[in-house]
Design a protein around this ligand. Structure first.
Ligand code: ADP
Ligand code: TZD
Ligand code: MG
Length: 578
């Protein structure tokens, strides 16, 4: 597979052995381990790596900025349980990719950031090499593991260690540093081939201890008001059938975290999504499955959780997650598939569904909240408010449940999460644990590439601004992506003013911008819409045609609230109100 040794005009006295080099060994190592796609941005020293990978049958998706390539790799990892690969140049390219690597680690998405780097000898003596930077040292605190390969013969092991580190245990980001010199290093092709490592069982099952399963069942059995909370770890695990069986056999109401929506349909009779505050407050036993008790769940304490005593059961692959915020009465450490299966096996014929008093109280609250919301979602105001626009998009997903929904923004995110029901696992991708802006276009690209499904990306105008240039990438690869910008002229609202009257306020953008023109600039379809009916029609058309489309949805600039639903986290100056 490697290149032949340079052929000379004169007949050679003895035949030279076939050689391979660092470029080919990296590609062969990735291919051997089932990697099919690389996301990246080319340049010195990895331009040829991308070219050769493409020539060798790998799909190489070139982005306009490494952060977007990195985010695409991370979400590809989440969707496939294989590490997503991001390839960048040294120093600035590496740093651009680093935010995505850190975000992947924070969200437990498996990805590998592979960056070319400058000459070790020069970097270590700080002699000013082209794009000089000690990348390995910088990456280390932001990922699960970081490796550097100095010898071509170690590429196989380096790639294998990176893959295993990314996907085993709690998944996360891994950095792999490839100095320029390594890539052109040659070695005997046969020895090179032998040096490659196929990673066997990269993410082995982690079977929970029997007594831990029994302890969890005992806590669950004694519950009067049990609740299951699914996090994105549960959707990542791809144990969909076992999870559904557990929910339905146990009869316990469940609440999905944002990216776990659709693991079971939001319309499932046991889904407590529309009664969220009630179930968090009133439950007495909560079983967390692949969800952390971080800020998104108010750390398991305070007003959100009410005053009634509560016991927690937590299923997680990471033992150190237990008691991270509060006491876990029944820690169940293992992979979600194995843990859920073990619980099912332990639920014998004496298992009783939760008291009807609990389930009917939840149903009553759900019905009440859904009825309250219905007229707001049906409103036809123009310019639209968030609810009117989301009412239209909610119907789109209802009619096309296999569409992947990407979502970012503040109001655009928080309200869409509540309004748009999801029906299938891993169909909702969003800003995750950090609430990071700028994942929209890259998640949409990777979702389309990895699944072949149509993608609907619903983004605030600010959120889109962080990653908007990738519309060119969407057009270039002709991906079935429809982006809807909720254009309210700014961050949260478009109505702020600078009290001095000098400049625009810090949270507002150019009024009446036409983001749809950006898509047209690259040959895609751009549409401007001002009513829910127009919005629905335009999205339907985009998804029917599969053509790259950007819909500029004009939203009343006064409709949003500061920080969306997390205004309580926003520090306020007491002086400001003077
Ligand atoms: P959410 O934001 O949806 O609440 P989190 O990202 O906080 O979800 O939590 C995901 C959890 O899932 C992490 O603690 C991670 O260790 C865990 N996890 C990921 N994959 C698995 C798996 N296959 N088995 C068990 N736990 C997993
Ligand atoms: N930078 C990054 C990387 N992530 C962030 N979350 C922020 C800045 C701060 N931020 C938010 O938390 S939401 C948001 C920013 C800048 C944009 C909200 O405006 P939007 O959404 O237009 O996307 P709405 O619908 O107008 O609220
Ligand atoms: Mg906005």
């Amino acid at each position: 597979m490697g290149p032949k040794a340079a052929t000379s005009e004169k007949p050679a006295a003895t035949e030279e052995p076939e050689l391979t080099d660092g470029f080919h060994l990296v590609i062969d190592a990735l291919k051997l381990n089932g990697i099919e796609t690389i996301y990246g941005v080319p340049g010195i020293p990895i331009t040829d790596l991308g070219r050769m990978a493409q020539a060798d049958g790998l799909r190489v998706i070139s982005f306009r900025h490494e952060q977007n390539a990195g985010n695409a790799a991370a979400i590809a990892g989440y969707l496939t349980k294989k590490p997503g690969i991001c390839l960048t140049v040294s120093a600035p390219g590496f740093l651009n990719g680093l935010t995505a690597l850190a975000n992947a680690t924070t969200n437990c998405f498996p990805m590998i950031l592979i960056s070319g780097s400058s000459e070790r000898e020069i970097v270590d003596l700080q002699q000013g090499d082209y794009e000089e930077m000690d990348q390995l040292a910088i990456a280390k605190p932001l990922c699960k593991a970081a490796f550097r390969v100095l010898h071509a013969a170690d590429i196989g092991i380096g790639v294998a260690r990176a893959i295993r580190a990314a996907v085993s245990g709690r998944p996360g980001g891994v950095y792999l540093d490839l100095p320029a010199k390594l890539l052109s290093q040659t070695m005997n092709a046969v020895a090179g081939k032998k040096s490659l490592v196929k990673v066997i069982d990269a993410a082995p099952d982690q079977i929970p201890a029997k007594h831990a399963v029994q302890r969890a069942l005992d806590v669950l059995k004694n519950a009067k008001r049990p609740l299951i909370i699914f996090g994105k770890g549960a959707s990542y695990a791809q144990a969909d059938d076992a999870i559904r069986e557990l929910v339905e056999k146990s009869g316990i109401p469940f609440l999905p975290m944002s990216m776990a929506k659709g693991l079971l349909p939001d319309t499932h009779p046991q889904c407590a999504g529309a009664a969220r505050s009630t179930v968090l407050k009133d439950s007495d036993v909560v079983m967390l499955i692949g969800a952390r008790l971080n800020w998104l769940l108010s750390h398991g304490k305070g007003k959100t959780w009410g005053s009634a005593p509560k016991k927690f059961i937590q299923i997680d692959i990471e033992p150190r997650e237990m008691d991270s915020n509060i006491e876990i009465a029944a820690p169940l450490v293992g992979d979600i598939g194995s843990c859920v299966t073990a619980l099912l096996e332990g639920m014998d014929s004496t298992w009783q569904a939760p008291p009807a008093e609990w389930t009917s109280a939840i149903k009553a609250k759900k019905d009440e909240n859904i009825a309250k919301m219905a007229p707001r979602l049906a409103n036809t105001k123009s310019p639209m408010d968030f609810h009117g626009a989301l009412g239209a998009l909610r119907n789109v997903i209802k009619e096309r449940p296999d569409t992947i929904l990407v979502n970012e923004g503040a109001n655009t995110l928080d309200l869409a999460r509540g309004v748009i029901d999801m029906y299938q696992p891993r169909k909702r991708l969003d800003v995750g644990t950090w609430g990071i802006m700028g994942i929209g276009t890259s998640f949409a690209i990777a979702a389309a590439i990895e699944t072949g499904k149509p993608v609907l990306a619903v983004e605030g105008d600010s959120a889109f601004g962080f990653c908007g240039m990738e519309v060119e990438t969407i057009c270039r690869y002709q991906l079935p992506v429809c982006i809807v910008i909720f254009n309210n002229d700014g961050i949260y609202r478009g109505t702020d003013t600078d009290p001095t009257g000098r400049d625009p306020a810090t949270t507002v953008f150019v009024k009446g911008s036409r983001y749809d023109k950006m898509m047209e600039a690259f040959g895609g379809v751009g549409v401007n819409v001002e009513s829910p009916a127009e919005l629905k029609r335009a999205v339907d058309e985009a998804l029917n045609s599969g053509k790259p489309t950007l819909i500029n949805a004009v939203i009343d600039p006064a409709a949003g609230t500061e920080s969306g639903r997390i205004g309580n986290l926003n520090p306020q100056s007491v002086l400001k109100k003077k």
